[in-house]
Design a protein around this ligand. Structure first.
Ligand SMILES: Cc1cc2nc3c(=O)[nH]c(=O)nc-3n(C[C@H](O)[C@H](O)[C@H](O)COP(=O)(O)O)c2cc1C
Length: 134
């Protein structure tokens, strides 16, 4: 297994997030992919984890997706156990961009990311797009 975190830029008002998440969750649960999608003011952060081949091909499709741009990988590493095993694709709407920017300068990025998500999660869950367990 492996995990990737990337960030990207997007005009969120132009994107149907419900539709994006609905399709992503179907695909991910069929390919043992789990993770979390985070929206910030000007785009996305996403953490994906799962079998290496599936993660590589998903990441390739995500990079090609015209709904966002400037996709930048900020973490890529082998994984022995899942961090977000309950979620085919969790969703978190964040405005605390500064918090997230910090993870890019941190050596232990994935632990930081997970800790940050868990710390903020109870406060910032978007009501219209509830986290889904698979
Ligand atoms: C920010 C963002 C995150 C995405 N996350 C996923 C995901 O987790 N799983 C997934 O199957 N598709 C995800 N997609 C959609 C893919 O980019 C792509 O549209 C989808 O896999 C269908 O690809 P296809 O049209 O080549 O079949 C995401 C798209 C964007 C813009």
């Amino acid at each position: 297994m492996k995990a990737i975190i990337y960030k990207s830029k997007a005009l969120l008002s132009d994107i149907d997030l419900n539709e994006l998440l609905r399709k992503a969750r179907i695909h991910n649960s069929q390919h043992q992919i789990t993770g979390i999608l985070v929206t910030v003011i000007d785009g996305f952060y996403q953490y994906i984890e799962g079998p290496e081949d599936y993660i590589d091909s998903l990441y390739h499709r995500i990079v090609m997706d015209e709904r966002h741009h400037d996709v930048t990988k900020i973490y890529e590493h082998p994984l022995t156990h899942r961090r977000f095993h309950n979620w085919s694709m969790g969703y978190l709407n964040l405005i605390h961009v500064d918090d997230l920017a910090q993870i890019e300068n941190h050596e232990n990025t994935v632990e930081e990311f997970q800790a940050l998500i868990e710390r903020i999660m109870p406060l910032e869950l978007d009501e219209s797009l509830q986290l889904q367990t698979t």
